[in-house]
Design a protein around this ligand. Sequence first.
Ligand SMILES: [Zn+2]
Length: 460
Amino acid sequence: MTDQDKALDYLRSHHAVYIDELTEFLSLPSISALTEHKEAVQAAALWLQQRLAQAGIPVSRIDHTAGHPVVYAETVQDPAKPTVLVYGHYDVQPVDPLDQWTHPPFSPTVVDNVLYARGSSDDKGQVYMQVVAAESWIKTGELPVNLKFLFEGEEEIGSIHLDEYIRTHQEQLQADVAVISDTPMFAQDVPAVCYGLRGLAAMEIHVEGPRQDLHSGVFGGAVENPAHALAKIIASLHDAQGRVTVPGFYDGVSPLTGQERRNFAALPFDEADFLHSTGSPELYGEAGFTTLERIWARPTLEVNGMWSGFIGEGRKTIIPQSAHAKLSCRLVPHQDPAAIADQVAAFIESQCPPTVRLRIERGEGAPGSITPLDHPATQAAVRAIRDIYHREAAYIRMGGSIPVVVTFETVLHMPTVLLGFALPDENFHAPNEHFHLENFYKGAETVATLWNYLGTPATS
Ligand SMILES: [Zn+2]
């Protein structure tokens, strides 16, 4: 029997224990947003720290922050083995409206092999899955990799103190790669490795004309209307093909490879369902790209809000004093958020007529991230999925951002593999959150197998 088989056997013979323990963990109402749950958040941190110790992990502790604590643990660190930083969060979202839950959110209930509870899939179930995957190696032999665990209690409130924790613990957190199980698979029976995320660049533009709102009977026709000027500026930002017209906007964009386009095209993506989920009459986007390509691998520029003039009941015949818009760009990997913000601002200035004044306020920015498909950790994850699910992993990207991934990349200089086992319709953040236990068991086995492939890379 190989060492890996021993670890997998261990996992397969402990299902009943896992359900009992997960029930305990999920019963602790660790809602980070609510002050009255502060003790429950601490209780969940303590439960997790003790469970890591019980797994035979020699270092495990609770590190206090100015907010909810970080749970940190590490296995014996052998310099000959690669090191993986496992990240997850043990805090959960609030549960209201409570009357829409079929089972109380903190009384975990299993129905047809599906576990219902707040935090079951996002993310306590997947955090616990990581702990038992490590334990299966420790109790049956020796882990093929060095593991470090970073579990935070503030993810659902914006990871307020995590960046500071990472910056002040850089040496402790040093690793070759980060692995996060906090994302969904592509669909039921479509396990996925997510290797790319988009970044963001945001700004506000303010167009000002007269000193104050003007009577349109007295001044209308003789003074530029700031709302009209803003509308023209906004309209100039895209061409008829849905492309952003800002010069240089696409310069840093790495083109999709033929392989990536084939991978995306092979996914069981139902465009009609997707359209239906939006409620829009038709889909729209940059010419020459499919919907998944537009969302995952192309940059965008969007108006998030616009306001100007009188919007109360009835009529007020004025030329408004000013007009405003909030804009943001979703960026793809290798686009520099500051450079993009400069280019967009310069273009908007060039489009602004001399009849109004323009002020641009820069907002936050974050780069996108990508982990090469041929990175050893990506390939090890693909092999692990093949072994356990008996199918090929889908290579997917995500259109949104995960800030901690950016911090890992910019502060710790390590890539991240997103290997999640939830399903897209398991009601994260909503009533009746659940987790398919089959994916919990297979997820733990996949992670245990991943450690083996990472520790003993294929030589041929
Ligand atoms: Zn989460």
